[in-house]
Design a protein around this ligand. Structure first.
Ligand SMILES: *[C@@H]1O[C@H](CO)[C@@H](O)[C@H](O)[C@H]1NC(C)=O
Ligand SMILES: *[C@@H]1O[C@H](CO)[C@@H](O)[C@H](O)[C@H]1NC(C)=O
Ligand SMILES: *[C@@H]1O[C@H](CO)[C@@H](O)[C@H](O)[C@H]1NC(C)=O
Ligand SMILES: *[C@@H]1O[C@H](CO)[C@@H](O)[C@H](O)[C@H]1NC(C)=O
Ligand SMILES: *[C@@H]1O[C@H](CO)[C@@H](O)[C@H](O)[C@H]1NC(C)=O
Ligand SMILES: *[C@@H]1O[C@H](CO)[C@@H](O)[C@H](O)[C@H]1NC(C)=O
Length: 550
């Protein structure tokens, strides 16, 4: 797929439209002047021709600019400017839910398109057992805009429109999102209706609803084209310019998964591809591929003491880190259950995976080994970095309460430059939200009193969850929207508490998986624990390494 070539069907730039390639016409007069010296008789004619050329080029440029302005100024493409047809609110009970794109004309890359979903009520079957969290939808609609040529998948983050009907349980509900499309392609909406009546939000295990999604009506031909200028020059997101982007310094740069076959550069310049041959490319910055050795150096120099609080997903990350990337690094290993899903029973010699408190001393030669002999708890040995890892099951009730190390006095484990707290997975699965909110407040208090203001706090979101319910006996209360809502809640409370007083950031691993093609997201369906597979963990790690070390 050539990203710098225009699709011939583009209505925005017809073949007769001048392109910036033609602009050099302006600079020809210098050669024209040379020839004028040779032949005075031609002078008048040449000047005339030159003048005509300048005038024509000027006209063409004006037309081009006017055309571009229309495309790039993007008038009235936002949902806020596109009224909802009033009859949508009065659709009959039981009529099919559908996707609508009120203005599906092509947009310039980087522009947004308004996507709506209209969900009429179910006949007679509304249940009052479920309630959405404030600001979240009644209905769980999984919708993506999928590039027809690239398979790039852009999630549609649907929000309820502010309208009284959307506050009522047994009413038509209408959701909308302004979706920004940054890669040239034709995007087709693809989605399903996962749950109605807030059934995505079981607050007790007994209320977990089996996953039986319904189809959404998506009219044939419903699509939006995002177009870029022929030379890609106007498009800051063009893959041909990706390597010019600055290195990423954000913890959650927004991006997309691109097939390595579509890369105009050497794939080894960016982090490794996933198991489907796609690399994660942020839109506005560039990730470099950190070796684990290099990251170990960075830790020693910049984060000699790091605290890490998290669940088995953190354990999997630490397996990569302590083995300097050797864990699950070959295709044969990656095909094993431990790598693509569950590693709990895997033999592993670097640390005791059942321990609650683990101290790793890490360097670029030996990697990381669990400390067993007596040692100074508060600082790393010379030439090494120290990671103190506390295994917790989120902030749920557990035999080893999550708060134990904080209650003891967290300073006894050193004063870290950074503390990473991983939440949501266990919490969304096992805790009602009120309990979670209460425990989160306690955690914030502990952070506030336990860590100096120079300790940066990184919040790791839960893993992306979709397309199933937990059929195992554990009956985790997982649903896609529930984990998303828990993640959003954490962002809000951390911001409320700490914005302006200490450095906080979010390591959004959910957003990375959410943008994989749906078939890739479905690979995790047989994995009850919902662990990310090792190839995706590698990408999550690289995003963090770039944030910490660039
Ligand atoms: C409505 O509920 C009834 C009784 O529980 C059930 O038999 C029927 O299948 C439900 N209909 C729909 C459309 O879910
Ligand atoms: C999508 O791609 C297929 C195969 O390349 C093509 O036949 C089809 O017309 C495309 N659809 C749109 C809406 O561009
Ligand atoms: C896009 O995804 C579809 C469905 O999985 C697959 O058949 C097709 O080959 C993919 N196309 C590209 C260009 O990756
Ligand atoms: C949804 O559509 C697919 C393909 O058109 C069809 O096979 C499936 O049965 C439909 N599912 C439901 C629940 O109607
Ligand atoms: C916590 O431990 C540190 C270092 O061991 C000590 O300086 C500090 O006074 C202790 N704080 C409390 C509240 O016990
Ligand atoms: C933090 O507060 C500043 C100033 O009040 C605000 O501009 C900024 O958006 C806030 N940051 C976040 C992440 O909410």
């Amino acid at each position: 797929m050539e990203f710098d070539a225009m699709s011939p069907t583009s209505t925005a730039y017809s073949p007769t439209t001048p392109t910036p390639h033609e602009e050099p016409k302006y600079h020809r007069p210098s050669s024209v002047l040379l020839r004028m010296r040779r032949s005075r008789r031609c002078t008048a004619l040449l000047i005339f021709v030159a003048l005509v050329a300048v005038v024509v080029a000027g006209q063409l440029l004006l037309m081009l600019h006017a055309h571009r302005d229309r495309l790039w100024a993007r008038p009235s493409r936002r949902c806020a400017d596109l009224p909802v047809p009033p009859d949508h609110w009065h659709l009959a009970d039981g009529s099919p839910a559908f996707v609508s794109i009120p203005n599906a004309a092509p947009i310039g890359v980087g522009g947004s398109v308004c996507v709506r979903v209209v969900v009429p009520p179910r006949p007679h079957n509304a249940t009052v057992l479920y309630t959405p969290f404030p600001g979240t939808p009644w209905d769980s609609v999984l919708l993506d805009m999928v590039g027809n040529a690239t398979n790039i998948s852009v999630p549609v983050d649907l929000r309820p429109i502010r309208h009284v009907m959307n506050t009522e349980r047994s009413s038509v509900h209408i959701y909308e999102a302004d979706v920004v499309l940054r890669d040239a392609d034709v995007y087709i909406p693809q989605g399903i209706l996962e749950y109605r009546d807030a059934e995505w939000n079981p607050e007790m295990r007994e209320l977990l609803v089996p996953y039986a999604p319904a189809n959404l009506t998506i009219d044939d031909g419903l699509a939006v084209e995002a177009v870029e200028a022929a030379d890609g020059g106007e498009n800051p997101y063009s893959l041909s310019r990706h390597m010019e982007l600055p290195l990423c310094t954000e913890s959650s740069p927004e991006g997309r998964w691109v097939s390595i076959d579509d890369l105009p550069f050497d794939p080894s310049w960016v982090p490794l591809p996933d198991n489907n041959g796609r690399v994660w490319l942020p839109y506005a910055c560039r990730l470099k591929r950190y070796s684990y050795e290099r990251f170990a150096h960075c830790l020693r120099e910049r984060y000699p003491v790091l605290h890490l609080f998290g669940d088995s997903n953190i354990r999997r990350m630490m397996k990569k880190l302590t083995t300097l990337g050797q864990w699950c690094s070959t295709p044969e290993q990656q095909a094993t259950k431990a790598c693509f899903c569950e590693d709990h029973e895997e033999k592993f010699d670097r640390f005791n995976v059942d321990a609650r408190d683990i101290f790793f001393d890490i360097d670029a030669r030996a990697g990381g080994w669990m400390q067993t002999r007596s040692f100074d708890l508060t600082r790393a040995p010379q030439d090494k970095a120290r990671i103190y890892m506390r295994r917790w099951d989120g902030l749920t009730r557990s035999r080893a309460p999550w708060s134990e190390p904080f209650e003891k006095n967290i300073t006894t484990f050193g004063r870290p430059q950074m503390a990473i707290v991983a939440l949501t997975n266990w919490d969304a699965a096992f805790s009602p939200r009120a309990f979670y909110a209460q425990e989160l407040e306690r955690l914030l208090d502990f952070i506030e009193s336990g860590f100096g203001v120079d300790t940066e706090i990184v919040v790791r979101t839960g893993q992306y969850y979709c397309c199933r319910h937990d059929e195992s006996r554990t009956q985790r209360m997982y649903t896609r929207l529930r984990t998303k809502a828990f993640d959003q809640y954490i962002r809000d409370v951390f911001n409320d508490r700490f914005n302006g007083t200490r450095r906080i950031s979010v390591w959004d691993v959910a957003a990375i998986s959410e943008r994989r093609p749906l078939e890739a997201r479905m690979e995790s369906i047989p994995c009850h624990s919902n662990h990310a597979r090792s190839e995706v963990i590698e990408v999550e790690n690289q995003v963090l390494f770039n944030y910490m070390c660039n």
